[in-house]
Design a protein around this ligand. Structure first.
Ligand code: UD1
Length: 417
């Protein structure tokens, strides 16, 4: 199993180009199943979750190939309707093929995503929404067996809770349903908007009608077209935090700064110097990092995917801080490892009480999930001496070329077996 070694402390200086968004690309790849034509996708990140989703599409009968940097998906003969546990277990976005398969064929069998390190992963909101479109389902031996004997039929659905995944599944399914669907209490993360833009590009008819409401008029045909996936705002946020943390000086490029307003506001508050340009943010960390209290929330709040990275930063603050995790019940797996490096973080329910003024000490560490893993890399960058991080396959699920990008801006980081 591969490991990372970081030899710190490192001050990051230079330019980082941000890759395409994993969280936008996964639902877009799932949505390609609606089509019986070719879809051309650009700006997909080279990360393992995307590889897994492509494997899942292939197992469903899609023909997929890269030509230069464009992924060409040919669904002319796509005909299978079973998404196996083997491919869904490592990546809960696998459940997103349920909506398009039902829309296209009227039946599907998809493995339940199961739990994962950051908490239980229910799909009740997805299933209730699909039932609203006429889907009957049962859960048997770890699989959802679903069918819509009369096809999907447009309807009004109000989600009981804001869910990114359920909003995506329903958006995709309703695109080929008979009649009009109104979805209320939708997630409005930028990645949802990217999915809407993609679906409209391939011939769907979707409009935002209020802040959290979407109208989808079902269409009968999907067009051949190309689409370029948005930038990864979580990757961008991670590198912005890295600059603040190492008192570095970074230009974060290929982004839409408007979609990072929350992060910029927080980082300015803790003391970073930030200049926002058209498609770039220039950030310099300050000597003094000021403590603050944060809570994760659906967009436009602080993304749960940046909670672990923010926590490392607040370990270095001048006073104590609190982070409240409001999306997942168990997303504090990084805390035990950070405490092994000398942090003083206490968990109370969904709050982490973080002592400031931490000097991290080197240690051998274990990555536990994607964002927890990157938080350990960030901590290691500020640590004097050699830190080893095990099980970095988690990191490879979602960060393209992380060591290359960090090395280019001055990190002493290498991968070994
Ligand atoms: C969530 C995050 C998303 C992040 C992703 C990966 C939010 C709102 N969602 O998306 O930003 O990129 O994780 O870390 O911040 N839930 C149910 N039943 C369901 C579906 C969800 O109870 O059927 C609950 C979840 O347990 C969670 C909350 O709703 O507490 C939000 O989950 P959801 O947005 O669906 O999760 P993801 O789509 O994975």
């Amino acid at each position: 199993m591969q490991k990372l070694q970081v030899f710190g402390p490192n001050v990051l200086k230079g330019k980082i180009n941000v890759s395409g968004s994993k969280n936008a690309a996964l639902p877009i790849l799932a949505a390609s199943l609606l089509s019986t034509k070719k879809i051309f996708l650009k700006n997909l990140p080279k990360v393992n979750d995307i590889k897994t989703m492509i494997e899942l599409l292939k197992s469903l009968g899609s023909k997929v190939k890269y030509k230069k940097k464009t992924l060409i998906i040919n669904n002319l003969k796509q005909n299978k309707r079973v998404a196996p546990y083997r491919l869904v277990k490592t990546m809960r976005a696998g459940i997103l093929v349920l909506g398009p398969l039902l829309a296209k064929f009227g039946n599907a069998k998809v493995s339940l995503p199961g739990g994962c390190a950051i908490g239980s992963r229910p799909i009740d909101i997805h299933l209730k929404g699909l039932a609203g479109l006429g889907v009957k389902y049962k859960i048997d031996q770890g699989y959802v067996h679903a069918s819509a004997p009369r096809g999907l039929i447009g309807s009004k659905i109000c989600f009981s809770k804001i869910s990114v995944g359920a909003t995506e599944n329903l958006l995709i399914a309703a695109s080929l349903a008979k009649g009009t669907t109104i979805l209320k209490n939708c997630a409005i993360e930028p990645e949802i908007n990217d999915l809407v833009n993609f679906l409209n590009r391939i011939g769907c008819n979707i409009k935002w009608i209020a802040k959290r409401s979407i109208k989808i008029v079902g269409v009968s045909e999907i067009k051949e077209n190309s689409y370029s996936v948005m930038f990864d705002r979580i990757e961008a946020g991670t590198y912005l935090i890295a600059a603040s943390l190492t008192r570095g000086n970074l230009k974060i490029r290929n982004i839409i700064p408007n979609l990072l307003k929350t992060e910029v506001k927080i980082l300015k508050k803790i003391g970073a110097f930030i200049k926002v340009k058209k498609d770039e943010i220039h950030i310099c960390g300050s000597k003094k990092i000021k403590s603050t209290n944060l809570k994760t929330a659906p967009w436009p709040g602080l993304a749960t995917d940046l909670q672990a990275q923010m926590m490392v930063l607040l370990c270095k603050a001048n006073k104590n801080s609190v982070i409240q995790e409001n999306i997942f019940e168990n997303r504090f797996m990084h805390v035990a490892e950070l405490n092994r490096m000398g942090a003083k973080i206490m968990i109370k329910g969904n709050k982490a009480l973080i002592n400031g003024n931490t000097t991290f000490a080197p240690a051998e560490l274990m990555a536990t999930d994607l964002r927890a893993s990157v938080s350990l890399v960030l901590a290691a960058l500020t640590t004097k001496g050699k830190t080893i991080i095990n099980r970095i396959y988690h990191l490879d699920r979602g960060y393209e070329d992380i060591e290359k990008k960090l090395r280019k801006v001055g990190a002493k980081i290498k991968r070994f077996k």
